[in-house]
Ligand binder design. Structure first.
Ligand SMILES: [Fe+2]
Length: 225
């Protein structure tokens, strides 16, 4: 998002003047992007699973959009599904609340699962995923990357950050959601939602695990949203 510069445009209401207390409602629009934390033991398990699968036979790059040299298919899907389920259920509950309809997410199945070892100069361009929902988990974010990100002075989220974009980018719309991940973060989002990752220069590995979920149709009560 581009920060606006001060201009001489006349404002309709000067911020220093009190405004009338008008009661109002407003609509939430757009996708539901969920952020939570996984447990330290789950982070450890991911790192160990990644180590085990980090070999040529599991090279997954031909299925992914990234310009990364190390992306591997993870084999322990059943084990992942077992502990991941509680976060997916939390997403479903949160989504229902946010959407305000009679909604069900059922028969959730982990369809694909992979690990990314992103290095200095790698890039993950705007892309979306297969399936209904997708997630990304960060089992370890190195301090060097956090430091590089903090030193960044531009207007985007900066090195190592992730951004989701929705809609046409019209003015006055919130069309981007961007975050600098922390160790243990999990994000769950609609698989069709476009996102990308900003490159960085630190000589570290930014490790993330992603997967796609298929589930039965969302049943939303028709009516006013
Ligand atoms: Fe992605």
């Amino acid at each position: 998002m581009i920060k606006e510069k001060n201009t001489s445009t006349t404002r309709l209401t000067e911020p220093s003047k009190p405004t009338e207390n008008i009661p109002y409602r407003f609509s939430y629009w757009g996708p539901f992007v969920f952020r939570s934390k996984i447990l330290p033991a789950e982070c450890k398990m991911i790192l160990a699973a990644g180590k085990k699968c980090r070999k040529k036979a599991n090279d997954y790059r031909d299925q992914l959009a990234g310009q990364l040299s190390d992306e591997y298919k993870l084999q322990d899907r059943q084990e992942f599904s077992e502990w991941l389920e509680k976060y997916l259920q939390a997403y479903a509950v949160g989504y229902n609340k946010w959407r305000g309809g009679e909604d069900t997410l059922s028969n959730l199945k982990l369809h694909s699962l992979w690990i990314n070892y992103m290095k200095a100069g790698d890039f993950n361009p705007p892309h979306h995923h297969d399936g209904d929902l997708s997630f990304v988990i960060y089992p370890f974010i190195p301090q060097k990357l956090i430091k590089e990100n903090k030193a960044y002075t531009g207007t985007s989220i900066g090195p190592g950050g992730i951004a989701w974009i929705y809609g046409l980018g019209l003015r006055r719309y919130i069309d981007t959601s961007q975050h600098m991940p922390e160790t243990g973060d999990i994000y769950i989002f609609p698989a069709s939602l476009k996102h990308w990752v900003y490159p960085f220069r630190s000589k570290i590995e930014r490790i993330s695990v992603s997967g796609n979920i298929f589930c039965d149709t969302f049943l939303v009560k028709k009516g006013e949203n």
